[in-house]
Design a protein around this ligand. Sequence first.
Ligand SMILES: [Zn+2]
Length: 270
Amino acid sequence: MKNLLFTLLAFAFINPLLAGLPAGETADVPIIMYHALEDNPSNRWEITVAEFEDDLKWLSANGYTAVIMQDLIDFVHSGKPLPSKPIVLSFDDGRQPAVDIMLPMLETYDARITMAIIGATTDQYTKLAEEGKEYQFPHMTWDCVRKAHESGRIEIQSHTYDLHGSAGVGKKRAESLDQYRERLLGDLKKFADVLLDNVGLTANSLTYPLGILSPASDEIIRDGGYLASLSCYEKPNTITVGDIDGLFALNRYLRPPHMSSETFFNKTLK
Ligand SMILES: [Zn+2]
């Protein structure tokens, strides 16, 4: 408690934007996890376009505003106000159809989403598209990532460069903490390089692949320049102005298919 108070005071001192803000102002921000929009969802990570549009409609009708990770970071780091009922709609993996179909809907409902892309997959699908190859589960190419970013409706963030395998960002048993740190920072650096080269952007929020993290991962990614991370624990979040630790391992609710928006949101946002 004493440490938190000291951090808050020190932070307010070095950050003039915090001056005059109520100390410890908080915001409840639920985060929803999506992956792909498909006509016939074949697993619990896909929903239909109509279901997603209904979600946007329900949230708008019930006074929610879909904000992005940068808004949460600005609230905590500089006290920039959030709307009264903020919610983050996060998409993992960068599946292509999600982008083309979503843009007009996001305009209609004045919503924004956060899209966490896998650097290596984006590289791979860019190459496949250049070769004119067909594929079953198309992911975004760098052209598509640029289009998404330039729309102002889709925030591009990191899902690692190439740590989406079965171990995710977790520490391997055989590696030392230093080796783990070096491997993770190396991956983050690779992601930073491709995002900067292809889109001119820097990511500051990491979505942990498969929700896997180790006790050291938040500290390491913070050293790698990240200000927030997302897990898969299905719980609410409360963030606090000045509490920069509170932006790590944020919880998210998976939005499953074959469920009405009303049922899903009444279950998760109560
Ligand atoms: Zn993923």
